[in-house]
Design a protein around this ligand. Structure first.
Ligand SMILES: *Cc1c(COP(=O)(O)O)cnc(C)c1O
Length: 412
């Protein structure tokens, strides 16, 4: 519920429970809800009783996350079958249920802030829509989102306030973070919390589908081994969740960081120097992040040992032209339509995978969320959903400053 620690740091689990290896012997027979329940109960069982955990994870996974074979030994984990067609539905739906579970007991109003570079906004709005006692504030950068993405959180008369920030995603993230350590906001009578992946509660449920992906490989081949997972990276929430799953015992051999031209993390893996920079716009815009905050969780998971970290992680970055070319080629060769983020991860995986290994890449959003990129790269036209045409709701516009955000938070 606190979102960010009082000193501005990110929460991490005090300890990471390890799942007995016997669990992995039968994992191929389990569905995503059963797997999620076992993992969540190990992580949260001290704080929430099992029946509630079960209900929360069952409600979260109202959709499946299939693993699809794209070519020999290469699989796409399709994370886009949720209500807003991106993986962020998983974290948002789980978080909304956890917040409502604890908020109702505390009898306090909850104000949720989320900074979005694309898909978080819609997923969080959808997850929290009409949840009693909760108001949601969505910060997005001017000009940074597609019409479809905006339409997903532009919901008239809802408990959702969209706020357009005159700046970049990093500006949105910076003022959202500043709000949590602001003494005036901390002393109000409402609970202020974050729905960004700085909130550990959004990351924990993202672990479940790494286990589920492995389970689907195990179903095909019970003696599965040497699994490499490629993650299209922006703020590194997904990668952190994958690494947490690995720490809990998931048999993954290596993860691969796939970056677009915002190559902060893949460059870090080469040089050992983490150097945040200004964001540049790309076709895979949900990964346009110049200062990924979850890197600090990853440092922590490896006790700041760059050697250990770089053995577990490969990293590559790709310019827009290669992303578009990959989308076109994959469609013509495999008849599979990738979105720009999944395409980036697919390329990184192909570069990293060695003989005898099996690769999974995360297909993080449905291609129809990025109609222009798909049309330009592949020539396939998606009709704009009617909602995108009609979306009219009040959008507050503010400069990239904490004071401007505070005015809105304190007004109602
Ligand atoms: C948010 C997002 C990403 C980046 O995920 P992180 O967890 O922030 O690294 C990648 N692809 C899509 C489609 C996204 O919405």
């Amino acid at each position: 519920m606190t979102g960010l620690a009082p000193d501005g740091g990110l929460f991490m689990p005090e300890r990471i429970p390890v799942i007995p290896s016997a669990f992995f012997k039968n994992i191929g027979e389990m569905g995503i809800r059963e797997i999620a329940y076992v993992v969540a109960d190990m992580m949260l069982g001290e704080d929430i009783d099992s029946a509630d955990i079960k209900r929360i994870v069952f409600d979260t996974f109202s959709f499946d996350i299939p693993l699809v074979e794209l070519e020999r030994e290469i699989f796409a984990l399709e994370l886009f079958h949720g209500p807003t067609l991106a993986f962020k539905d998983v974290g948002a739906r789980f978080l909304a249920r956890i917040v409502s579970h604890f908020g109702l007991t505390a009898e306090q109003k909850v104000k949720v802030i989320v900074a979005t570079s694309g898909d978080s906004g819609g997923a969080v709005a959808n997850g929290f829509l009409d949840v009693p006692g909760v108001e949601v504030y969505i910060l997005f950068p001017s000009g940074g989102l597609s019409a479809v993405q905006k339409a997903q959180f532009c919901i008239p008369n809802a408990n959702i306030t969209p706020i357009e920030v005159h700046g970049t995603f990093d500006d949105c993230q910076r003022i959202a973070k500043a709000a949590f350590t602001d003494s005036e906001l901390r002393s109000t009578d409402f609970i202020l919390t974050s729905a960004n992946s700085i909130n550990i509660c959004r990351l924990l449920p993202q672990m479940f589908y790494f286990f589920h992906a492995y389970a689907q490989l195990a179903r095909r081949n019970p003696s599965v081994k040497d699994v490499v997972v490629s993650v299209p990276c922006g703020n590194l929430g997904n990668l952190t969740a994958g690494l947490l799953a690995w720490k809990m015992g998931l048999p993954v051999k290596r993860f691969v960081v796939a970056n677009n031209a915002n190559a902060v993390t893949s460059d870090y893996l080469k040089s050992g120097l983490f150097e945040p920079r200004r964001t540049v716009r790309t076709v895979a815009r949900s990964m346009d992040v110049g200062n990924p905050s979850n890197i600090h969780r990853i440092f922590d998971l490896f006790d700041n040992d760059f050697n250990a970290l770089s053995q577990m992680l490969g990293g590559y970055s790709f310019p827009d032209a290669e992303i578009m070319e990959c989308m076109a080629d994959t469609y013509s060769i495999h008849n599979y339509l990738l979105d720009p983020h999944g395409a980036t991860a697919y390329m990184a995986l192909k570069r990293d995978l060695a003989d005898g290994e099996q690769g999974i890449f995360l297909e993080t959003a449905h291609p129809s969320k990025f109609p222009r990129a798909v049309r330009d790269a592949v020539g396939v036209d998606f009709k704009k959903p009617a909602a995108a045409e009609n979306a009219k709701c009040h959008v507050a516009k503010i400069p990239p400053s904490l004071d401007a955000l505070k005015k809105i938070l304190l007004a109602d």
